[in-house]
Design a protein around this ligand. Structure first.
Ligand SMILES: NC(=O)CC[C@H](N)C(=O)O
Length: 229
């Protein structure tokens, strides 16, 4: 079982991700430069957070045209796993692998904080080690993290249970007070209909080591490994 972490000019969470997959979980992990196109050896493609191409135009707008993206689309269409975090989520929506868009935060500020999110389902490999409706704490660090989609897309997402994480209070309540960036329906992470592609704004890879005081994210990686080991 092998992880591949895509590196764009401007990525900055790629090493954090490798620290978890390789450093903590001891799993084969390869850094993949965005111009490489041969990713056949990979089981899980990770598109990490960062500022690909300096966020010019809008976050993820240029990275979607990198040569590796066609290979990632093929990998995803073959039913293999694709995991986009933060800038990775933005790139996945730009390239059309996930619906909707991430737009400027409600207050137009970059937010760097720890937030609570509620796990909406645990029947997918990503969240199998959590309980349903479990409240976990993850860091966020983004300027364009406000999930937006047109009415029909939002309705379809909800009907198909594609929302995997929502921002919430410590008790799991969903309301605008605990919605840091103004995302529609407090959406923090979604999957495609088949469930093999996940995009999320919070950073579980920065919450996976008790030594830094927060490790709610590790269960995500452990669940993934259990499923495909
Ligand atoms: N941590 C990140 O991936 C940040 C994503 C993007 N650069 C933003 O500010 O929204």
């Amino acid at each position: 079982m092998k992880f591949g972490i895509i590196v764009f000019p401007g990525s900055n969470c790629d090493r954090d991700m490798a620290t978890v997959t390789q450093g903590i979980l001891n799993l084969p992990t390869r850094m993949v430069w965005h111009q490489d196109t041969d990713i056949n050896d990979l089981d899980v493609v990770v598109i990490p957070g960062g500022f690909s191409y300096g966020d010019y135009l809008r976050c993820g707008a240029i990275a979607q045209f990198s040569p590796v993206m066609n290979s990632i689309i093929e990998h995803a269409k073959a039913g293999k796993y694709v995991f986009g975090v933060c800038n990775g989520f933005q790139i996945l929506t730009e390239v059309g692998l996930l619906p909707g868009a991430l737009i400027r935060n409600r207050d137009l500020h970059f937010i760097c904080d720890r937030v609570r999110v509620r796990v909406e389902r645990n029947d997918l490999i990503w969240t199998r080690k959590y309980s349903k409706q479990q409240v976990v704490t993850y860091p966020i660090a983004h300027g364009e993290g406000r999930y937006f989609a047109d009415e029909d897309t939002l309705k379809a997402l909800e009907e198909n249970n594609q929302v995997l994480f929502r921002y919430c209070s410590a008790r799991g309540e969903i309301n605008e007070e605990h919605n840091p960036n103004g995302s529609l329906n407090s959406i923090a992470g979604i999957v495609n209909q088949q469930g093999n592609i996940l995009g999320m704004m919070p950073h579980p890879e920065r919450a996976s080591d008790a030594a830094i005081g927060i490790n709610d994210g590790l269960a995500m990686f452990e669940g993934l490994v259990m499923a495909i080991a």
